[in-house]
Design a binder for this molecule. Sequence first.
Ligand code: NDP
Ligand code: MG
Length: 395
Amino acid sequence: MKNVAVLGATGSIGGNTLDVIARHPERFRATVLTAHHQVDALVTLCAQHRPDLAVIADPGLEAELSRKLRAASVCCEVASGHDALAIAASGNLCDTVVAAIVGAAGLESTLAAAHAGKRLLLANKEAIVMAGPLLLDAVAIGGGALIPVDSEHNALFQCLPAEGLASGRPTLHKGVRRLTLTASGGPFRGLGRAELTGITPDQACKHPNWVMGRKISVDSATLMNKGLEVIEAHHLFGAAPDLINVVVHPQSLVHSFVEYLDGSVLAQLGNPDMRTAIAHALAWPERVDAGVAPLDLTTCAPLAFEAPDLATFRCLALAFQALRAGGDAPAVLNAANEIAVEAFLAGALPFLSIADVVDAVLAELPAQAVVDVQTLLERDRVAREAARRILRNAC
Ligand code: NDP
Ligand code: MG
C-alpha cells in the first residue's frame, strides 16, 4: 500500500491523481490533501478520500476548514500555512508525494519531500526549473526517487534506459543522440504577431487538447510551458541544452521521443489524458489501469509535426537563453513569467508583452551561481519586484 500526499489536491493534476488513486484502493491511499484557498473543494475531496491530514496553505482559512470538515463528519487532522505543507510532505503520514502545486509556491514542499527520501512524483515543473541542482541533490541525499508526471518527461522517462533515472544523479545514456519534446502549439498555433494582439485570458486558456489550470494554459499558449519543460528535461535527464529539441505536434498523441545513435527513435504515445502519466508514476515500475481510453491509431487524426515559430512565440527562445546562461537565470525567467502571466490573466498586460517582461527582467538580472535555497528565494523575490516595476512603467 502506498500512502500518498497530494499537494495541490484541488487542482487539475490533483483531481486526476485522486481519480487514479480511487481506482486502486488496494494499492494507493490519499493520506494528505492540500489546497490554497478552495476550502469547499478540499472538504469535498476529504469526504471522498478520508485522508489523515488536510492542509490549507492560507492560515486565515484553517478555522473554516475545521468547521466545515466537522459539519461533513470528516475526522482528520487539520493544519495551515506554507510550513505545514513542507512538514506534511516530509512527515510520516506519506511515503509518496505528488507535487502538484502551481508555481514557485510549490518549491519548499517539493524540496522537503525530496530531502525526506519520499518517492516524489513531480508535476510542479517550476520547482525543478528554479532549483534543478538543489532538488536533484536533495533526491540523491534523501535516497528517494524522482519520477516525472509532466507528460513529455514521463514519456522520455519511459523511453530511456532505466538505470539511475529516478535517482537524482541522472546521466544521459551515451547512445542517445537527442531528446525531442513535443508541443501541441497551443490555441494560437499558426498565427502571427499581428493576430495575437487583443487576445483575452479566456482565449489563451482554451487549450485544444488538454484541460489544465489557468497558469499552465497561458504558458502553453505562449510556448513558455515548452521552454520550462526544456529546462526540466535538462535537469531530469542530464541532457545538455543542444541535445534537447522541440517539435510542434498538434494532435498531442506522441508525448515525446528519444533518438538513439543507431537511428532508432523510441516514442511514447497515448490519448492526451494526464492520468496515464500519473498512473505510470504512481505504479512505476509496475503498470495499472488509469481509466484512459485506449489509443486507436487506425481512427485517430493523422500525426503531424512541424518546427516551432520562435519569432512569434519568443518565450521558448528566452527559456533556451536562460538555460544556456545557467546559474539562477532559469529561476529569474520563471519568476518574471509568473508575474507577467498573473498580470495577463488580470487583464493588465497584453498577451505578446509577456515575453517582453521576461526578456527585460533577464536583461536586468544577469545569471548568478545558485548557492542555496535562501539565496534562490531572494533572487526570486528580486526578479518578481523587477517584473512588477517593468509592468508599472509600461502602463
Ligand atoms: P491548478 O491551478 O489546477 O491547481 C493548482 C493547485 O495548487 C491547487 O490545488 C491550488 O489550490 C494549489 N495552489 C495554488 N497556489 C498555491 C499556493 N500559493 N500555495 C499552496 N497551494 C497552492 O494547476 P495544475 O494542476 O494545472 O498544475 C499544477 C502543476 O502541475 C503546475 O506546476 C503545472 O505546470 C504542472 N502540470 C500541470 C499539467 C496539467 O495537465 N494541468 C500537466 C503537466 C504539468 P486552490 O485550488 O485552493 O487554489
Ligand atoms: Mg507537459
